[in-house]
Write a protein that binds this ligand. Structure first.
Ligand code: 5GP
Ligand code: MN
Length: 340
């Protein structure tokens, strides 16, 4: 879905001044914020009237990103951000492919709008809400896809150091620092081009990974202690209770990356991370796999979620204990059904 016609349409849209709003998914990660801010810098440079509206707040480990202070939060200013979105000539949605990923209320607001959407995303099974859909699950990040699209329409000349910093950040975070399987030669060519834009790449890694609070590492310690192995199923899981989160004064972003530890054990090809979110009344579930076990299918079928083959997420309305029991039962009965 990155055909010539789509690219020509995008170029035509961007070649005259427009009012544009850019929206990432709810609970945005590095790729969501990186791609929206990357595009924001580029569109501003071209001369568009552009705003980023995130459904809810973003984690503090991304708050150093250039222009992150310009991000408007829908949950905090529903009236003014809804008006801004409704007044846009185009609404760009980045790093998600169904409007529900913005949350129930925002989805309802967006669905009613007559404004045209442009989707740029790398998840499987895109919805069809957009006038222009750039969807390619072969890309490891929306940021890499965004760069590649800008390259194809000869717009990389508008990528300055700030834009490059944002795009680089999304590639780093979604590729697990260049190690997940979708990392390929194109990824590294894009990275090289971004470094040529003058970014301080070691500093970006520093900002992302060497900025933890003491409490965050203590919480990680608790999560690792809570890890359970199911060796006969090549599966592990980790959980954090509401009390764990409170004990270490959890803030948004503190649990980022924890799920990957479950996969780092020899012989494990599936892991799940359960977080008890008493405030939202749900158990948030993160799923990761190695090889061809498809956690996207598992999340879709059993946990009201989705994502990619090797990284997906969802939720459960049962208690933490019941959710874990259900997960174990599903895996022991159906694990073989999800190998693709
Ligand atoms: P994480 O486990 O880091 O929250 O998410 C991993 C991947 O799954 C991300 O690509 C994310 O977009 C996707 N994902 C996480 N939670 C959900 C969810 O509730 N619904 C859907 N459709 N995708 C999700
Ligand atoms: Mn992404």
């Amino acid at each position: 879905m990155m055909n010539e016609k789509n690219l020509e349409s995008l170029e035509r849209i961007l070649n005259s001044p427009k009012k544009i709003t850019i929206i990432p998914h709810r609970n945005p990660d590095g790729d969501a914020i990186g791609s929206t801010l990357g595009l924001y810098h580029v569109l501003k440079k071209i001369g568009h009237d552009v705003h980023v509206v995130a459904p809810n707040d973003f984690p503090h480990f991304l708050a150093w990103m250039p222009a992150s202070e310009d991000i408007l939060i829908y949950d905090k200013n529903r009236e003014s951000t809804s008006k801004l979105i409704a007044d846009s000539d185009y609404i760009f949605t980045l790093d998600f492919n169904v409007l529900l990923r913005t949350g129930d209320d925002m989805e309802k607001m967006l669905q009613k709008l007559p404004n045209p959407f442009v989707m740029i995303d790398h998840h499987q099974m895109p919805g069809n809400f957009a006038e222009l859909t750039f969807s390619n699950p072969e890309f490891g990040s929306t940021c890499e896809l965004l760069y590649t699209i800008l390259d194809k329409i000869n717009f990389t000349k508008y990528i300055d150091k700030d834009a490059a910093t944002c795009i680089y950040t999304g590639i780093v975070t979604d590729s697990g620092s260049f190690r997940f399987p979708k990392t390929n030669a194109n990824t590294h060519r894009v990275i090289a081009a971004l470094i040529d834009k003058g970014i301080d790449n070691p500093q970006i890694h520093n900002n992302l990974f060497d900025n933890s609070s003491y409490n965050r590492l203590q919480l990680l310690g608790r999560a690792l202690q809570n890890m359970v192995l199911l060796p006969e199923l090549n599966t592990s899981y980790i959980y954090l209770t509401d009390e764990d989160l409170n004990e270490f004064k959890h803030v948004k972003g503190d649990t980022e990356g924890v799920v990957n530890y479950g996969l780092s054990i020899k012989g494990i090809d599936l892991t799940s991370f359960f977080i008890e979110r008493k405030d939202e009344g749900i158990i948030k579930i993160s799923l990761r796999s190695q090889g061809n076990f498809d956690v996207n299918l598992l999340a879709r079928k059993y946990f009201e979620g989705g994502g990619h083959v090797n990284a997906a997420g969802g939720k459960s309305n049962l208690s933490l204990q019941e959710t874990i029991e259900r997960f174990k039962e599903i895996i022991s009965k159906h694990k073989n059904e999800f190998y693709v």
